[in-house]
Design a protein around this ligand. Structure first.
Ligand SMILES: Cc1ncc(COP(=O)(O)O)c(C=O)c1O
Length: 515
């Protein structure tokens, strides 16, 4: 008979001198752990023999405590599987459990430690929602291949993968990234300059920490990606919003009317959220101003792999003569966001501080995932996946643009996007983007108001629409519902719609979950 795996280890504080029997103490301890959720429904309890040995009590004591838990419905005895925590705890027990879980580890409110002002400010900022712009087509990720590579890599590297890795990243992955960004993005770097991070969000955070002291001026595009704004705020920066025009961040405006920056944070390939590509002239101007101010430039190149209208535009980093650009990339769009792997290409003198701060956060990214990704890139699968996805996303954008032309005329004017997974649409006069987004939500459509990304004044109300994750039939249906929503918002029929929308919210979640 196959050996049954051991149950989860349980520690119980027993006191043989207390007036309570040991059997009762074992029962009480296990029951409390079940109610507090430390032993979860379905979890296997240790065998009576091993628990008795661990607790240094007679096996009968444990057997009796277990059978009392079973009799009272806290646990179930399974033939051949030992004793497991009951899967369905009675309602009143779950309520007790919830209360215990809530109180777990907390004292009365007045005694609790205070959350810092900075911590609270970060919570106030918009949080990322599912189906918001920026999600890739997860159903297209070659998962079978991924698992095959994982098995291959696991077998090849064996226990080498189990120890601590290099905080700057798994060396073969750094090498693969350096080669990839050099060829496809025109980034000039040695592999030692590549630091693997937990997504580009961590790279943004670390870059802000190593480049800014509290109150230093940080120029940010207005509107901007909230992840960048949060990272700069978390470093204590004084945010200086700089408007974006058709050529990118308005460097001249900043130079003439705003304090000189210590850091300039930009998305030159595909401005987030407006979608503008920074012109060459503007890039050179930006580098000139940064040089004069002795500032760092944070280049967030989050989705430029998917460029449709022209050849990919080389990164700003490739134009940098004096090592001031920190270049950031991510695998969240090109593969999948749960991978949590991104990278920074850092000027040589910043590699050590950058790696030091990164290792304070979480030491390094999981080595197995890094090793699989390294294999995925070096074996040529990454390029193949990118090529396939570029075609797919271009088709999806085309469907969105055509449907919008047909159904949204007079309501929303979509601007074709030269790159990435989303595009921006400008609302007709009289429509406000937050109301429009709420009306859309009530019609089962998730769009993001552009004003949510604004730091100062915003010229025109608009909506951000993601097309990458949706099949053509979903895009068609979505556009039709969006047209109804915007029509209702324009005609002032949105009051009833908004209530219906709240009622429809669970259905919307289900619909997206099945999408
Ligand atoms: C502008 C921008 N930068 C970076 C990221 C990527 O973040 P991460 O790599 O942490 O998933 C995103 C993701 O949506 C983004 O939109």
């Amino acid at each position: 008979m196959p050996k049954r795996p051991a149950g989860i280890p349980v520690t119980l504080p027993l006191d043989p001198r207390s007036g309570t029997t040991l059997q009762r103490q074992v029962y009480d301890g296990l029951r409390a752990a079940i109610l507090a959720g430390r032993l979860r429904p379905g979890a296997r309890l240790p065998s009576t023999r091993s628990l008795a040995a661990d607790l240094a009590v007679a096996r009968n004591t444990v057997t009796a405590a277990f059978s009392q838990l079973v009799t009272e419905g806290y646990a179930e005895a399974r033939v051949g599987a030992g004793t497991v925590v009951a899967r369905a705890l009675p309602d009143d027990l779950t309520k007790v459990a919830a209360r215990l879980a809530l109180d777990n580890g907390r004292g009365p409110a007045r005694n609790r430690p205070r959350i810092s002002r900075r911590g609270r400010t970060l919570c106030d900022l918009p949080t990322l929602r599912p189906f918001q712009p920026g999600w890739p087509a997860l159903d297209q990720v070659p998962l079978d291949l991924w698992w095959r590579l994982a098995m291959r890599v696991g077998r090849r590297l064996g226990r080498e993968l189990l120890g601590h890795g290099d905080p700057a990243g798994y060396p073969p992955l750094r090498k693969a990234i350096a080669a990839y960004v050099a060829v496809s993005r025109g980034v000039r770097c040695a592999e030692e300059q590549v630091v693997v991070t937990s997504g580009s969000q961590q790279a943004l955070f670390v870059a802000a920490q190593v480049s800014l002291d509290p109150h230093d001026a940080a120029w940010v595009e207005d509107p901007a990606y909230p992840g960048t704004v949060n990272a700069l705020r978390a470093a204590g920066a004084r945010l200086v919003p700089i408007p974006v025009d058709a050529e990118g961040i308005d460097v001249r405006f900043g130079e003439e009317r705003r304090p000189a920056p210590r850091v300039v944070a930009v998305t030159p390939s595909h401005q987030y959220p407006l979608g503008v590509t920074m012109t060459l002239a503007r890039r050179l101007e930006l580098l000139r101003v940064a040089r004069r101010a002795r500032a760092w430039v944070l280049e967030d190149d989050y989705d430029s792999e998917f460029r449709y209208s022209s050849r990919p535009i080389p990164a700003l980093q490739g134009l940098d003569q004096d090592g001031r650009v920190i270049y950031l990339g991510t695998f969240s769009k090109t593969l999948f966001p749960a991978l949590r792997l991104g990278y920074a290409v850092v000027p040589t003198d910043l590699v050590r501080p950058f790696t030091a701060v990164r290792s304070v956060l979480d030491v390094h990214s999981p080595v197995l995932e890094q090793a699989v990704l390294a294999e995925f890139i070096t074996a040529g699968y990454f390029e193949r996946h990118l090529r396939r996805m570029r075609t797919l996303y271009a088709e999806r954008q085309q469907v969105l643009l055509e449907e919008a032309k047909r159904h949204l005329a007079g309501l929303l004017e979509l601007a074709p996007s030269g790159a990435g997974l989303q595009c921006v649409g400008w609302l007709a006069p009289g429509l406000d983007d937050r109301t429009a987004a709420r009306a859309a939500a009530a019609h089962d459509v998730a769009v993001t108001p552009v004003s949510r990304f604004a730091l100062g004044r915003l010229s025109r109300p608009g909506l951000l629409l993601s097309f990458g994750a949706f099949e053509p039939r979903q895009i068609r249906a979505g556009v039709q519902r969006l047209a109804e929503a915007l029509g209702a918002a324009r005609d002032g029929r949105f009051a009833e719609a908004s209530k219906a929308g709240r009622d429809a919210e669970p259905a919307r979640r289900r619909a997206f979950a099945n999408a």
